[in-house]
Design a protein around this ligand. Structure first.
Ligand SMILES: [Zn+2]
Length: 149
């Protein structure tokens, strides 16, 4: 489980984003923000919670991820209609998506430029431009090596 000092840091962080630090939120935030930037799905995070024997339903994991996203702690990355990815890196950035193992990886800031963005229709504004560069696994081990999270 999470050590007390980290728990306190997590609680401070949750409060800063306007979230009450419930036991479940603290546990999931502990998994999410343990080390570096990550991309997780609700299913993946649910499995991680099971591995540390923290009892939580998949529905609660989903709800918590959505609450974290609304609060600005996470950013949702839409890759495919059926699956949502949650990114602990909330800055504007683009992604590689590996079609073989459905993993997501950040593209370095200067590696991709988007030019020729159309004007938003009247009365609307562009909030963000997300680019997903899809990768096929060939040879198979390349994706697994690069896309560790
Ligand atoms: Zn990312």
């Amino acid at each position: 489980m999470i050590e007390e000092a980290r728990k306190t840091d997590i609680k401070v962080k949750l409060r800063k984003f306007g979230l009450r630090p419930t036991r479940q939120r603290v546990a999931l935030a502990g998994l999410l923000f343990a080390a570096g930037d990550r991309h997780v799905t609700a299913e993946g995070l649910h499995e991680e919670a099971e591995r540390i024997s923290f009892p939580i339903s998949l529905a609660t994991v989903y709800n918590t991820l959505n609450q974290f996203t609304e609060a600005g702690l996470l950013r949702e990355v839409a890759v495919e209609g059926s699956k949502a990815y949650f990114d602990t890196n909330t800055s504007d950035h683009h992604h590689f998506f590996c079609e073989g193992d459905s993993s997501l990886m950040d593209i370095a800031d200067d590696a991709l430029r988007v030019i020729g963005i159309p004007a938003a229709p009247e009365g609307m504004s562009i909030t963000r431009v997300d680019v997903i560069v899809r990768l096929a696994e060939f040879p198979p081990k390349i994706c697994a090596e690069f896309l560790k999270d």
